[in-house]
Design a binder for this molecule. Structure first.
Ligand code: SF4
Length: 144
């Protein structure tokens, strides 16, 4: 906390604190990580499993904009069939529909999962996602 506060003072010497409105939206609840504490995930093929579709994103994004929000925090399970192309296509489509939307999306475990599925490095996955429209990565302090 001390170091974080000192860094904040260095970066924001005027001590001005700002905030934004964003919305958490889950990409899918299908996950193969099996974390013991998790009541969110469903195994592949489960009757309650879902992948959020573009119409659902549109509804949620437009509601967010109407309420003054500007950013989506997209996170979800480690779906065994959703690789890099799924996310780059999704990010491109969302940015094309809503150029002002900020994508603060996917966490380090999801990047690791995608990298493993694709046989790519974390850097290669992050570069491709950034190219597709990712603005920042939650939980990693990474802004592009
Ligand atoms: S990775 Fe996330 S969604 Fe999957 S089981 Fe763990 S906490 Fe749940």
């Amino acid at each position: 906390m001390y170091v974080g506060n000192e860094l904040r003072k260095r970066h924001k010497p005027d001590n001005k604190v700002t905030w934004i409105i964003d919305r958490n939206v889950n990409t899918t609840n299908v996950c193969i990580a099996n974390c013991k504490f998790c009541n969110f995930y469903r195994i592949p093929g489960h009757a309650e499993s879902y992948i959020t579709d573009i119409e659902q994103y549109k509804t949620k994004i437009e509601e967010t904009f109407r309420l003054g929000g500007e950013q989506l925090l997209l996170q979800g399970g480690h779906h065994p069939d959703l690789g890099l192309k799924f996310y780059t296509d999704l990010f491109r489509q969302l940015k094309k529909l809503y150029p002002a939307l900020k994508l603060h999306s996917l966490g380090p475990p999801e990047i690791a999962h995608i990298a493993k599925l694709e046989g790519k490095t974390h850097t290669e996955v992050l570069s491709a996602l950034k190219e597709a429209g990712l603005d920042s990565l939650p939980g990693a302090g990474l802004k592009f």
